[in-house]
Design a protein around this ligand. Structure first.
Ligand SMILES: NC(=O)c1ccc[n+]([C@@H]2O[C@H](COP(=O)([O-])OP(=O)(O)OC[C@H]3O[C@@H](n4cnc5c(N)ncnc54)[C@H](O)[C@@H]3O)[C@@H](O)[C@H]2O)c1
Ligand SMILES: O=C(O)C(=O)C[C@@H](O)[C@H](O)[C@H](O)COP(=O)(O)O
Ligand SMILES: [Zn+2]
Length: 358
């Protein structure tokens, strides 16, 4: 078991990577006798929910699986269920599931009675290595990814790698993209570790999972510290691959290409664009594309039916949260482990690059 402490101005919370049973007492301590409410999706609840709900005496609320949970409608249904059950400002909400459940439940927890505690119990690799930590919450709206959201830091995160045993291979690979991201941002040694161990990690080796999740969370803690609300450009590095990725998700219809798949393709594009602009060695871009491709992730726009769609994709990218008026900001790289935020890229050049990209 590894415990990582995350410091925020409001409170300090622990991320426990290890058996969920070992962390249940921590949820009981937080609850101080109040009955917790569990939010989960139908699939995760059927697989893992009743055990945790029974152990905590938690009342479950179920949402649809995947990106479909991140909607106005589901937010409304969830808030209505919290009201109907008489939840108070101290009722702990337990989000058991992947990033979609976490993003929706986190948003509801931040809004309900102006904020109640949220505990994340992430069940996907993506959520354990990335989304459960850091406090970003969101739903999709008006066709745009994560358009409506808040920052609401959890009170506790319990990431049990054993949950990944029931996750299907496509979801596991998608989550792996966000793991590799941490090597590409500022830790070339971790990228090399991924090259050496990615296959074993995806095959389910427990020590490799534990190491990957712990390293990613420690990196996230470091990157968000001092820029918790994404204002200074430091936290923006976590968006490597995401301007392209969110555009790919939106253009293909949200929920069609998985978030992690879109991020993998986005990171491949960010490295290719950096190399073509002479900012990054071509050999580094090739290594990134090869590693993601070997992990079974998309690295070509043609794989998701978006060849020659530069104009459409830059249209979405022009709406990204990192942008200042009239400019497209993009996380680029000077090499593996050397990501940086470019506040203004030439939109025409970007569209031409995307039109020509494989
Ligand atoms: N808030 C953040 O910082 C942040 C970071 C990264 C991604 N995200 C968001 O997370 C979402 C993607 O989340 P995700 O990739 O975790 O997937 P997900 O929550 O959409 O779940 C994907 C599928 O996996 C199933 N599943 C989950 N855990 C399982 C398990 N242990 N066994 C079997 N099936 C299981 C779910 O039922 C669902 O069908 C995206 O909307 C993305 O935008 C948020
Ligand atoms: O925690 C962050 O900050 C991230 O950017 C993590 C991303 O992996 C995640 O997909 C996040 O939800 C993207 O946020 P957005 O601000 O681009 O909507
Ligand atoms: Zn992401």
């Amino acid at each position: 078991m590894t415990v990582i402490a995350i410091d925020t101005p409001a409170h300090r919370y622990d991320v426990i990577v290890g058996s969920v049973e070992a962390g249940l007492d921590r949820i009981r301590d937080l609850s101080r006798g109040a009955q917790p409410i569990m939010v989960s999706d139908v699939r995760v609840f059927a697989l893992h929910g009743s055990k945790v709900a029974e152990a905590l005496g938690a009342d479950p609320i179920l949402v649809p699986e995947g990106e479909a949970a991140k909607s106005w409608e589901q937010l409304h249904i969830l808030l209505a269920a919290l009201a109907e059950r008489g939840a108070s400002r101290t009722t702990p909400i337990i989000a058991l599931g992947g990033g979609s459940v976490g993003d929706l439940a986190g948003l509801a927890a931040s809004l309900f009675k102006r904020g109640c505690p949220i505990v994340h119990v992430p069940t996907t690799l993506l959520a354990q290595a990335d989304s459960a930590v850091g406090g970003k919450t969101a739903i999709d709206a008006f066709g745009e990814k994560n358009l409506v959201g808040t920052f609401h830091q959890p009170s506790l995160v319990l990431a049990d790698p054993a949950y990944l045993d029931t996750l299907d291979e496509r979801q596991l690979r998608a989550g792996y993209a966000e793991v590799v991201k941490y090597g590409l941002i500022d830790d070339p040694a971790f990228f090399a570790w991924c090259e050496a161990n990615g296959r074993g990690l995806l095959a389910g080796h427990p020590d490799l999972r534990q190491h990957a999740i712990t390293t990613a969370i420690q990196a996230k803690a470091r990157i968000i510290s001092g820029d918790l609300e994404d204002r200074s450009g430091k936290r923006a590095l976590l968006n490597l691959g995401h301007s392209f990725g969110h555009a790919i998700e939106a253009e293909t219809g949200l929920g069609t290409v998985l978030h992690g798949e879109a991020v993998a393709l986005g990171m491949a594009l960010a490295f290719r664009f950096s190399a073509e602009a002479g900012l990054c060695p071509a050999a580094d871009a090739e290594k990134v594309v090869a590693h993601l491709g070997n992990a079974g992730l998309p690295t070509k726009l043609s794989e998701v039916g978006l060849a020659s769609k530069g104009g459409r994709l830059t249209g979405w990218m022009a709406r990204d949260k990192k942008n200042k008026p009239g400019r497209i900001a993009l996380v680029l790289a000077h090499g593996i482990g050397r990501a940086f935020l470019e506040p203004s890229v030439d939109t025409r050049r970007l569209a031409q690059f995307l039109d020509a990209a494989p």
